[in-house]
Design a protein around this ligand. Structure first.
Ligand SMILES: [Zn+2]
Ligand SMILES: [Zn+2]
Length: 190
């Protein structure tokens, strides 16, 4: 009998233990689930952190590149200044060459059309000769026939020849045209 009672006691004790163990097991399973979730979250966070680090590194590279560019600004300004000076010099040179080209083109035009130039000059020469002749003729009509310089302004009496200027007439006793003795000299005003 005693053995049976002990056995019953043992059995209920075992049941209690099993119940406790099951509860413990459930608790552990919950903890395991929590841990898995935490691990997953940790992994996600780690991935995010990794991505952020990569982005940070990229930004740092960009910054150092910008810093290099900023440091090179004074050099660039000096270079720009030099380039501007060279540009001005080249522009001046260009102007000079352009002037030379213009001059050469003028010369070339004359050289390529020599016949035209010569005939132009010949026409001009003829014109000048005619003008000169006209001038001489006009001058000789009105000039004193003795000095060929001063205008005629003395009329000889009585032959009425009008060939002499007053200064030549002063020294003249005989008309140079008709050889008649001059009896009077009339000064004529125009
Ligand atoms: Zn005269
Ligand atoms: Zn006379």
């Amino acid at each position: 009998m005693r053995k049976n009672k002990d056995y019953l006691n043992d059995q209920s004790e075992l049941k209690t233990k099993i119940g406790n163990l099951e509860a413990e097991n459930e608790k552990l399973r919950m903890q395991l689930r929590d841990r898995t979730m935490l691990e997953e979250r940790y992994e996600r966070l780690e991935n995010t952190n990794k991505q952020l680090n990569e982005q940070l590194e990229e930004k740092n590279n960009e910054i150092s590149e910008y810093e290099n560019q900023i440091q090179s600004i004074p050099n660039l300004e000096a270079e720009l200044h030099e380039i501007r000076q060279q540009k001005n010099e080249k522009e001046n040179e260009c102007d000079e060459y352009r002037n030379q080209i213009d001059a050469l083109q003028c010369e070339l035009r004359y050289l390529s059309e020599p016949a035209d130039v010569i005939s132009e000059l010949q026409a001009e020469l003829i014109q000048l000769k005619m003008e000169n002749k006209d001038y001489r003729e006009k001058q000789s009509i009105h000039a004193c026939t003795t000095c060929m310089d001063q205008p005629r302004n003395v009329l000889f009496m009585p032959c009425l020849h009008f060939t002499c200027c007053s200064s030549c007439a002063y020294k003249t006793e005989q008309c140079s045209i008709c050889r008649m003795r001059i009896m009077g000299k009339v000064e004529v005003y125009q």
